[in-house]
Design a protein around this ligand. Sequence first.
Ligand SMILES: Cc1ncc(C[n+]2csc(CCOP(=O)(O)OP(=O)(O)O)c2C)c(N)n1
Ligand SMILES: [Mg+2]
Length: 249
Amino acid sequence: MIYKDYVKWDRMPTNWCPGCSIGTVFRHLTLALEKAAVPREQMVVVSGIGCSGRAAGYFNVDSVHVTHGRAIPVAEGIKRSNEKLKVIVFSGDGDLVGIGGNHFLHSARRDSDIKVICINNGIYGMTGGQMAPTTPFGEKTLTSPFGTSYAPLNIQGIVTSNARYWYARTSSYHVNHLLKCLGEALEWPGFAFIEVMSFCIENFGRRQGFKNGFDMLFKLKQDYKLNPKPDGLLKNHELGVVKNVGQAS
Ligand SMILES: Cc1ncc(C[n+]2csc(CCOP(=O)(O)OP(=O)(O)O)c2C)c(N)n1
Ligand SMILES: [Mg+2]
């Protein structure tokens, strides 16, 4: 099976805006699936609502597009009903850690064997760019025109507060690292969470003064650095993988 087999070509082109990098993540997931030789009939993709959530409809595999915030519990249910399936969640930050935050918390605690790919664009993109729990401190959004006054949710902190965990932070600019993380997550026997820093030009970047998606990719290049061997947890703006095979206590 090659990467093209995982795509519903009759649904192309996607409805993602020019300059959006959700498609980059989508493409690299198909490459990782090819590399890991995951049979199409032995996997399921689950997405919630949002721009990122449209991905479920583009994978040529069994997929479910669920109500807002509910991708993780639906994925967990599918996995528990058929342990042989590789179950992948592909959704946005607002969906997974905002509206679906409580599900995220408990699925990570239960170490459910699902792979969660979170497109973190720092906002509720599809609805116009409202402030989300992931919006960086001080950033202007549709609902915080003078800059947010809250610190963003510490996603890494939540995942790693459990005895057993696998967490990666990567970006849609650092595509080799993204591919490596996706491959490792597919192999991890438990809850794997990938946070992909991935800006939205139309409903976020323009408010920060970016002219186009290309400029935003350069911002990712400038601001985020790979740390191949993190000593403990990743620092702000570091990309890498942190994991612990410890037993639940
Ligand atoms: C229960 C419910 N509340 C709110 C909405 C409106 N809504 C649709 S998409 C969306 C934002 C999704 O944001 P995110 O998950 O970050 O995805 P993005 O569009 O940024 O990729 C919201 C709030 C909805 N569809 N259902
Ligand atoms: Mg978002």
